[in-house]
Design a protein around this ligand. Structure first.
Ligand code: ADP
Length: 466
């Protein structure tokens, strides 16, 4: 149970609330009691001093002094006693101790010249304070006695106790409310986490693409958004994987079906002339070539998934020139003029073989998708740069690509309708290999095209400044 975040948070919140309340309580109560006691002491000291002055001014009139102390005793509720220098009670406001010897610490201190006070517990709480009675001038000051005041301060303790109870009760109530709030807060915090845990479990069981509905502006909200993005990404990756396997199977099935049909035709037509056999077998070889070509394309593509780049700082226009040299005979055999006009001497980190493979694929497409109706077919490689990007462009004046196909040609196995219907050799893998290589390098690749006018494949390479 203590492993649950909610319980832990609740315990911590509750402890914090109770410790804080207890500390505040102790502080308030002790301060309250101290200040009330101080008030009382000051009041009685004032009375004591007045009484002491009165005594010293009327020292000969014992009767007057006794009457006055009696009056003080009646009006203040505290007992006023006059003690002579031998500690004998001369006058007692309550007429109790007159004539008796009284030597408590306060009296002793007063007779030695200083005032003091103390609280005694003799059944009830009793405040005793004494002030000296002096005669003579400033230079010949003589202590002739002391005024002792004894006051019952039980009421102070009673009001302190009742206040303490009220404070404790209120604190308990506040603490309980705090506990309720902390429960609500812990619940508020842990509930979306439980939701996220359940959601992650569903994801791990394969329910990809689902979204968890948690709308919050805090870190939990951010976590939910991230998990939602992850779920969508995983769903997309899974769909791509399935589509890829489906497409591969389909592409493999087509040549296998034609091989099967051709072989069956051979088997059935046992009396066919030899040229017919030869023709059929050549078709079979053609299909097998198609198959092995497709498989080698697939291998290239899948190897690119893990392939670690062998990066070197190279000038792309040089690699373009090399590739053009290699591809020129093929272009020429189809009456296509292939020209490299890229001249910039900008070195970028890249894998030479992969860049060459990329350019071969793009140039090969430009040759394949040339416009046979045009007198001259041209392919041109140019380059240029902005402040932070180097661009290599391969342009042709071929058949072009329809607007709706442009965004999809880099997907694996995607072939636009004209290329299918025109029976141009291909599997829709060339540009996905190009895109993969660009991705591996951290480059961007895009296509611009106008049907009937031509296509430009643009490689954008971010320049790094060291
Ligand atoms: P494919 O093996 O079909 O050539 P790619 O992935 O290389 O596969 O190209 C995908 C599709 O993009 C092609 O089927 C074609 O429709 C279109 N395409 C690519 N390059 C060009 C181009 N230079 N001119 C016209 N269409 C092109």
């Amino acid at each position: 149970m203590f492993n649950s975040l909610r319980t832990r948070l609740m315990v911590v919140y509750t402890l914090i609330i109770f410790i804080t309340i207890a500390a505040v309580d102790v502080l308030i109560l002790s301060d309250y009691f101290r200040s009330r006691l101080q008030e009382r002491t000051i009041t009685y000291f004032t009375y004591g001093n007045i009484a002491a002055n009165l005594v010293s001014a009327n020292s000969s009139d014992v009767f007057y002094i006794s009457r006055t102390l009696e009056q003080y005793t009646q009006t203040t509720g505290a007992r006023f006693l006059l003690i002579d220098s031998r500690s004998v009670v001369v006058s007692d406001g309550a007429n109790h101790y007159t004539g008796e010897l009284l030597t408590n610490p306060q009296v002793r201190k007063a007779l030695s010249g200083s005032s003091s006070w103390a609280v005694y517990d003799n059944g009830g709480k009793n405040l005793q304070l004494a002030v000296p009675v002096t005669t003579g001038g400033r230079d010949s000051l003589e202590v002739v006695g002391a005024v002792l005041i004894s006051a019952d301060i039980g009421d102070l303790y009673d009001s302190y106790r009742s206040l303490r109870w009220r404070v404790i009760l209120t604190s308990l109530l506040a603490g309980l409310m705090g506990m309720l709030f902390s429960f609500a807060a812990a619940h508020h915090l842990s509930r979306p986490l439980h939701k996220l845990i359940a959601f992650s479990k569903r994801l791990s069981r394969g329910r990809l693409g689902e979204q968890v509905n948690i709308k919050r502006n805090d870190e939990i909200g951010q976590l939910a958004d991230t998990i939602n993005i992850m779920s969508a990404d995983l769903h997309r990756i899974e769909q791509n994987r399935r589509r890829f396997i489906g497409d591969v199977s389909h592409e493999l099935k087509t040549p296998l079906a034609s091989i099967k049909a051709l072989v069956e035709a051979l088997l059935m037509g046992s009396n066919a002339p030899e040229e017919k056999y030869r023709e059929f077998l050549e078709d079979v070889i053609g299909e097998v070539d198609r198959l092995s070509m497709l498989i080698s394309r697939l291998l290239t593509y899948t190897r690119l998934e893990e392939e670690r780049l062998k990066r070197e700082y190279l000038t792309l226009s040089d690699i373009a020139a090399d590739t053009v040299r290699i591809m020129t005979p093929l272009a020429a055999s189809h009456n296509v003029i292939l020209e490299n006009k890229a001249r910039m001497d900008i070195r970028v980190p890249c894998d030479k073989n992969l860049v060459r493979e990329m350019l071969v694929n793009v140039i090969d497409n430009s040759i394949k998708y040339r416009d046979r109706a045009k007198a001259v077919n041209k392919i041109e490689i140019t380059d240029g740069r902005t402040f932070d990007t180097y661009r290599l462009e391969i342009s042709d004046n071929g058949i072009g690509i329809a607007e709706q196909d442009l965004s999809r040609i880099f997907e694996g196995f995607y072939r636009s309708e004209p290329s299918r219907s025109r029976e141009i050799e291909g599997y829709g893998m060339g540009l996905s290999i190009v895109k993969r290589i660009a991705d591996l390098h951290g480059w961007d690749v895009s296509a611009k095209s106008q049907p009937g006018r031509g296509t430009t494949i643009v490689l954008s390479i971010p320049l790094q400044f060291k």
